[in-house]
Design a protein around this ligand. Structure first.
Ligand SMILES: NC(=O)c1ccc[n+]([C@@H]2O[C@H](COP(=O)([O-])OP(=O)(O)OC[C@H]3O[C@@H](n4cnc5c(N)ncnc54)[C@H](O)[C@@H]3O)[C@@H](O)[C@H]2O)c1
Length: 382
């Protein structure tokens, strides 16, 4: 080192700790789970509530805060992907700024679907350079995926989640009773993420879906088998996320279904839900794995049969090769120069591919269209 050079190195490690807590009937007046120990009793809370949840459950939620003598400012947030914007984020920050809260012991409480918890988490990350927040997911997508990790963000410049942060919550409360009012299409939207986990890392979960998926969906997962499916999905998701919370490793199994879906979702925002786009990607990726001889034909058939028997309707007309190829190119930037596309090598296992070609993607999409058409033809014609 040259004698004129001085170097100070700053190095610090911060442990990340938060609990994901199953808590039924969170807003029953006697339930004290949300009054986390160590936080200010009473006091104030800035609460952000999804507009549909406000209509369906708002009365009980407001009554709970009154019962526990908490001065709550309840901000109603318009739901849906079209509101995951910079404008919504900014409006939220204006409302928050108008309702003073302590920087440490009066956490923001986010109650809603994945859109809401992502936007509120990002607002919490940026307000005063981070104030604590608690997430209460009210959709299945939020329950098994969107709320339990530390990624938060908003869509920007035509790209999904282009602005965001890694912001650990103080806690996440999973209350299944909210699922009872989730519309069927949105329930199935969450099921798509469970299918993702099952194919890529958990063959036993796949079997549970085959055996109990249909009746669990019908029962809004309030049945015993549905409970077991959700516990396994949440546990599995957390096992994947925990050792790689900040995505230092860019090969992530949970990115299964999140390569080709990326552009699709942004392009067809009004036609495709997040999980539906993910499932289309899963089917293309699995078909591609079968073409390469990585996945057995009978396993691919089981995947398609599961999707059909769970009653998930897919709009395959949105799949065109050039646009999903563009999504792949975009993901290469995100994954620092390599494709890193997870594909199954059997149910419950995977490898990462870095050499997918336009041509094999074209074959996979054509094969998918052919399979879907065949499955919709009357039996006699087959
Ligand atoms: N941060 C992450 O790691 C992560 C992971 C997966 C998905 N996501 C994000 O999650 C978002 C999708 O989440 P989503 O599917 O929950 O969408 P959403 O938040 O738009 O909710 C879907 C719909 O359900 C309604 N709703 C919510 N709870 C309800 C209830 N209990 N009863 C009746 N209706 C209810 C909402 O008002 C909305 O109309 C996407 O933006 C996606 O990017 C984030």
């Amino acid at each position: 080192m040259n004698g004129d050079t001085v170097r100070w190195q700053v190095r610090e490690q911060r442990p990340i700790t938060y609990d994901v807590i199953k808590a039924k009937h969170l807003f029953h007046p006697d339930n004290r789970a949300l009054l986390l120990p160590g936080l200010r009793e009473g006091g104030r809370r800035f609460v952000v509530l999804d507009d549909h949840v406000a209509l369906l459950h708002g009365e009980a939620i407001r009554a709970w805060f009154t019962h526990h003598e908490i001065d709550a400012r309840i901000a109603i947030f318009p739901s849906g992907e079209e509101h995951k914007t910079f404008d919504s984020y900014q409006e939220l920050l204006h409302e928050l700024d108008a309702f003073p809260i302590h920087r440490r012991d009066e956490p923001i409480i986010a109650i809603g679907g994945g859109v809401l918890t992502d936007v509120v988490g990002f607002a919490a990350a940026s307000y005063r350079r981070s104030v604590p927040h608690i997430k209460v997911p009210t959709t299945l997508m939020g329950y098994v995926d969107a709320s339990i990790g530390i990624k938060v963000g908003i869509n920007f410049n035509g790209h999904k989640n282009r602005l965001g942060s890694f912001e650990p919550p103080l806690a996440v409360f999973l209350d299944k009773t909210f699922l009872r009012t989730v519309p069927r299409r949105h329930l199935l939207n969450g099921v798509c993420e469970i299918i993702k986990l099952a194919i890529i890392r958990d063959a036993a979960l796949f079997e549970q879906l085959e055996a109990d998926g249909v009746r669990s969906i019908t029962a809004f997962f309030a049945n015993k088998a549905g409970d077991a499916i959700l516990d396994r999905a949440v546990g599995g998701m957390l096992e994947e996320l925990t050792p790689n919370l900040y995505e230092d490793t860019l090969e992530r199994k949970v990115d299964f279904g999140h390569t080709f879906s990326y552009g699709l979702e942004a392009r067809h925002q009004h036609r495709l839900l997040h999980g539906e786009a993910v499932l289309l990607d899963i089917l293309v990726s699995s078909g591609l794995a079968q073409q390469r001889g990585l996945l057995a034909e009978h396993e691919l058939t089981r995947i398609f049969s599961l999707v059909e028997c769970l009653g998930i309707e897919l709009d395959t007309t949105v799949l065109d090769v050039d646009s999903i190829w563009q999504s792949l190119l975009e993901r290469i930037e995100h994954r620092n120069g390599k494709q890193r596309v997870p594909v199954p090598t059997g149910l419950g296992q995977c490898v990462f591919l870095n050499d997918i070609t336009h041509q094999e993607l074209e074959i996979a999409v054509l094969a998918l269209h052919a399979r879907m058409t065949a499955s919709h033809e009357p039996a006699l014609e087959r």
